[in-house]
Design a protein around this ligand. Structure first.
Ligand SMILES: [Zn+2]
Length: 437
């Protein structure tokens, strides 16, 4: 057996068990990887007989799983880890975040290092693909492309409100660059939020995303205050917000909308582009709004620890279970290190499960694998271990007596949130706990 993964990304990976997806566990399993893609998954002896020329890499005391998928994060904000103590008031938090931004002279260094640190932390927690929201795309994309193996859907974040609408075309063009990619980093668009993008600008962004087949991601219904802002620009996000006063963007041409952010997004066509749409947070939605979301086909990225940090849990529970019952695809995500202690998806699942042990751990497992993969438009490429999928694979330590069923393995992983022993992306080993210590 080879001691380490061969460099050509073609090998047989075997372990005491593999959790191919939330409903498929195989003991004494192996995965044949050729040129970074999964060729076959089966019993170890069958795979070894089928691929006799491939070297075998065996990991003991581990279960092989697909790499985890984080549908919503902001890697470039990793430099803010621990700098803004919670619980935080959102408008004040934004001001603190802006105050902590680096000077223009330091921006390239800070944001590139920050994105790379976030990417590395993600990988160490077993996350192999992220939906990354970025305003610093001209810095972050080249850094991730050249210095990180992480899979990224890079959503260029856009604002266009009132007097800043004149910049939208230039911002859109920049957010879409570069359009060529090696497939590891792909480009999406992120209209930021209802209080920073006016309706007609949203319409325009959606049209461009549809034309160029780019996924969309938007912070929506994150805050109760979005409703008042849209209605008459009042409330903590409105004219009285120090940031709004300072920027002086609002003018008479910004259309008001009285029926809340979800109908606002529907009205301006967010769900009509024919591309994947991820809505970040959706902390507040009533029954009718949930029906609108169910009909829309949009996915929701629920960030439990960030939500807790901002104090929303004290107001009302997140409607994620009602969403799932209506067929809305809900993912667990971390948001950024400016509002979350780390970028671990398993710890998000653990946090939820600890607060409500009746939650089925297999559902939580789907919310960090197959659901976010599909939400990003990558459901046929990542999120499960199957032929034709990218060889994004984790070796997670697990005791042999846990390897009795999918339910038992998922329960163990969600309760323990173990750190990976090893991580492969596209068949290349990108992390080993042995070499990290
Ligand atoms: Zn966010």
């Amino acid at each position: 057996m080879a001691a380490s993964t061969p460099n050509n990304q073609s090998f047989v990976l075997s372990a005491p068990a593999a959790l191919f997806d939330s409903d498929t566990l195989m003991t004494d399993a192996a995965i044949a990887v050729i040129d970074g893609a999964i060729q076959a998954c089966d019993q170890r002896l069958k795979i070894l007989a089928q691929f006799p020329a491939l070297p075998e890499v065996h990991v003991a005391s581990c279960v092989l799983t697909p790499g985890l998928v984080n549908a919503h994060t902001h890697l470039e904000l990793s430099f803010l880890a621990g700098k803004i103590p919670g619980p935080a008031d959102f408008p004040a938090w934004v001001l603190q975040l802006i105050a902590a931004y680096p000077s223009a002279a330091d921006a390239e260094e800070v944001f590139s290092q920050s994105a790379l640190a976030g990417a590395q932390e993600s990988i160490q927690f077993g996350v192999t693909t992220v939906g990354d929201i970025t305003r610093q795309h001209h810095i972050v994309r080249p850094a991730l492309q050249s210095k990180s193996p992480l899979g990224v859907v890079s959503f260029g974040e856009l604002t266009a409100l009132g007097r800043s609408r004149a910049y939208l075309d230039a911002r859109l063009a920049a957010a879409m660059e570069p359009q060529e990619s090696d497939g590891r980093i792909s480009i999406g668009l992120s209209p930021h939020a209802p209080y920073s993008v006016e309706g007609p600008a949203l319409e325009k962004i959606v049209a461009i995303a549809g034309k160029y087949r780019m996924p969309l991601s938007m912070h929506l219904a994150e805050l109760r205050e979005e409703r008042d802002f849209l209605k008459d620009f009042s409330g903590p996000l409105g004219k009285s917000w120090m940031l709004m006063r300072h920027m002086d963007l609002l003018d008479d041409l910004v259309p008001a909308f009285s029926a809340g952010p979800i109908r606002w997004a529907q009205h301006y066509g967010l769900f009509n582009a024919g591309v994947p749409v991820i809505l970040a947070h959706v902390n507040y939605a009533d029954d009718t709004e949930l029906s609108i979301l169910a009909d829309s086909g949009a996915a929701v990225a629920y960030c439990p620890r960030t939500r807790h940090y901002f104090g929303h849990d004290a107001v009302a529970p997140h409607p994620w279970q009602a969403m799932q019952q209506r067929g809305i695809r809900v993912c667990l995500a971390t948001d950024s290190l400016a509002s979350n202690p780390d970028l671990s998806l398993l710890r998000e699942a653990k946090f939820l499960h600890r607060n409500d042990p009746s939650i089925n751990p297999q559902i939580l497992w789907r919310m960090i694998t197959t659901h976010p993969a599909a939400a990003l438009g990558l459901g046929s490429q990542i999120g499960r271990l199957a032929p034709g999928y990218a060889a994004n694979i984790l070796a997670l330590p697990v005791a042999n007596e846990m390897l009795t069923s999918c339910a038992a393995v998922c329960d163990y992983l969600v309760r323990q949130a173990p750190l990976p022993q090893r991580v492969w992306i596209r068949g290349k080993q990108v992390f080993s706990a042995c070499s990290a210590t």
